[in-house]
Ligand binder design. Structure first.
Ligand code: SF4
Length: 615
């Protein structure tokens, strides 16, 4: 091979490591690990990151302009199909370039990928650092690719091309890997993108739907190096570090030491972890409850299913009672947001048991509940046993299931509608007060609310059009007014719901809203009279409100008011709905009172006074 690039009189290989991330803010740790390991011998390595939304033409033009001798692509279920389109074009315009793939998506069924994508020269299977480096060495020198453990390649024999998949490479000693976090070219964008960070590799559990279950054992990077790298990243401006460790809290002492270190050194950076909640030790929880600064940590917790037979079938050991204890304790501390994951479509989980799983988990009131659908990942036990449970699934990535013996496609489609409104409403936290009222006091269960609303949403064709904040309110209101009574078995009180929706709407604004989505029925005289009372007798609202000392002019500029048909102060204090008196809801935008609702209970006396002033 002729390497066209010259540096200081020497011919060097020009290598581009590329990937298509799901979003611009994501960064690829894999590419950085490969570069860090190989650059001692191959100094001309570019990292080129694109997104799956980028037109293939733009990606190919950019890669072409870099004039590489070797291009490596990091492949995952979210990018493999888009990557293939790019490779297909590249091969046509750069017949000489060596194309290699790596990553979890091509590390299983490797022969299949070599056959499906004939434009690819090599596949690096599994952990890539040493294999990639060794493959480059062979490419540059003797080309004895059969010596490279973990490599798949093509060999010419008797005029025919053959695929060879070499034996796998033993696991790497993590102490031999250089840091992938210190590239100068990453510094300018550190603050705007997510930094992915690994402190360990491997998972001790064996959940059959997960790729991490295949490898045995957990290896750790040196803790002092880890701390130094994190400090460096924060110094250079990183604002969000996401740990990719499969289970951050396997070792109690390690987790405790790291949490302590991060608490002492966070300097405004936010950290996300995947944790296994049922093995979280009480002393670690106590420590976090006492010391974690609010908003600095976020936990992602896979629950997947609360159905015991399901968990047994996928070899997932999970103690839901202990998990609940952890999630409740973390939530009660009020310092750490929790994101809980569910998977619909696991074995032995039908629509009804999934409804129960959903309700069990929603009862924990996570800040975010992500409802995913089972994917039959290549290499997993689940895919291997697919026939046993009658699974049908997409042939192409992401291999999502289309049904099984217990969950027909029609049920999957119904559950997708739940997911859609769950995302838009609960996970986006647009109507927390209203939703809590609806799921706790009105609908038979949270799942039933989301299902009925999701069905309505789809029935109206709203999934095909976008929405603004006002639309979210107006559409929920349309559903409740139209179907609410029936779907809630007669428990819905529309007046109370409207009052809570007004509260949520006001809370959703940073600045005084110019319009409201409901019919504002208070007439001018009543409105003026309330404003007068707020300015002249603010103590009738509360001592706190009076202490704001808002003059008439400021109130007119910064306040919104409306009536709600219940005792708002009582509701805000303990969540109880008491309809014995209306309230005036007061929101102030700007200044120290911003974002906080105030309530004035409208007693009989208040109402008489109002009447007198407005007459
Ligand atoms: S789902 Fe989580 S706990 Fe289970 S094997 Fe995968 S990474 Fe490990």
């Amino acid at each position: 091979m002729h390497f066209v690039n010259s540096r200081e009189g020497m011919t060097v290989m020009k290598i581009v490591l590329a990937t298509l991330n799901a979003k611009y803010i994501h960064t690829s740790l894999a590419l950085r690990c490969l570069k860090a390991f190989a650059e001692k011998d191959f100094p001309d390595i570019d990292i080129a990151e694109y997104t799956i939304k980028d037109p293939a033409m733009n990606i190919v033009s950019d890669l072409f302009a870099r004039r590489p001798d070797v291009i490596g692509f990091s492949c995952y279920i979210w990018n493999i199909e888009e990557t293939i389109v790019v490779i297909d074009m590249l091969r046509k315009i750069m017949p000489e370039v060596k194309i290699l793939l790596g990553g979890p998506e091509v590390s299983y069924d490797t022969e299949f990928w070599m056959e499906r994508i004939p434009q690819v020269d090599f596949i690096v299977v599994g952990e890539g650092e040493e294999t990639f480096h060794h493959m480059l060495q062979e490419l540059e020198t003797t080309r004895k690719f059969h010596l490279v453990f973990g490599l798949a390649y093509r060999k010419e024999k008797e005029g025919k091309s053959q695929i060879v998949v070499n034996p796998g490479r033993p696991k790497l000693d993590l102490a031999t890997l250089p840091s992938p976090y210190r590239f100068e070219e990453d510094i300018p964008t550190l603050a705007n993108r997510v930094v992915y960070f690994e402190t360990s590799r491997g998972c001790p559990f064996s959940c059959q739907f997960c790729l991490s279950s295949i490898e045995v054992g957990v290896r750790y990077f040196d803790i002092n190096r880890t701390k130094a790298d994190i400090n460096y990243l924060i110094d250079q401006g990183a604002k969000l570090i996401k740990f990719v460790d499969r289970t951050f809290n396997i070792k109690r002492d390690y987790a405790l030491e790291m949490f302590q270190f991060l608490i002492e050194n966070h300097r405004g950076c936010v950290f996300q972890f995947e944790i296994t909640a049922d093995i979280m030790r009480p002393e670690v929880l106590d420590y976090l409850a006492e010391h974690a600064p609010p908003g600095v940590f976020r936990f992602e917790i896979g629950v997947q299913s609360t159905n015991d037979i399901t968990n047994e079938a996928v070899k997932r050991r999970q103690n839901f009672t202990k998990l609940t204890r952890t999630v409740n304790k973390v939530r009660d501390s009020g310092k750490i947001d929790q994101h809980l994951d569910l998977i619909a479509g696991l074995p032995h989980e039908d629509y009804d048991t999934f409804r129960k799983t959903f309700n069990d988990v929603f009862a924990l009131r996570p800040e975010e509940l992500q409802l995913g659908f089972l994917k039959m990942l290549r290499g997993t036990g689940m895919r291997h046993d697919a026939e046993k449970h009658g699974y049908v699934y997409m042939d192409r990535a992401p291999y999502e299931i289309l049904g099984n013996d217990l969950l027909p496609f029609s049920d999957i489609v119904r559950i997708k509608r739940v997911e859609d409104v769950l995302e838009k409403y609960w996970n986006a936290h647009r109507l927390d007060h209203t939703l809590l009222y609806l799921v706790e006091q009105v609908f038979p269960s949270p799942f039933d609310f989301f299902q009925a609303f999701g069905d309505y949403w789809e029935g109206r064709g709203w999934q095909r059009i976008g929405h603004q904040l006002e639309d979210l309110f107006a559409r929920l209101w349309a559903f409740l007014a139209d179907r609410g009574a029936e779907a809630s078995e007669g428990r819905l009180d529309l007046d109370v719901t409207l009052g809570l929706m007004k509260l949520d709407y006001f809370l959703n604004h940073k600045y005084k809203p110019r319009k409201v989505w409901w019919d504002f029925v208070m007439d001018k005289a009543e409105w003026s009279s309330w404003m007068k009372q707020l300015s002249e007798r603010p103590e009738t609202v509360s001592g706190d409100f009076a202490a704001l000392g808002l003059a008439d002019k400021e109130l007119h500029k910064h306040a919104v008011i409306d009536r709600v048909p219940f005792d708002l102060a009582l509701y805000l204090a303990d969540g109880a709905i008491d309809k014995s008196a209306d309230s005036l809801l007061v929101m102030i935008y700007g200044g120290e009172a911003a974002g906080k609702p105030y309530a004035l209970r409208i007693t009989g006396q208040e109402a008489v006074e109002q009447l007198a002033t407005t007459e």
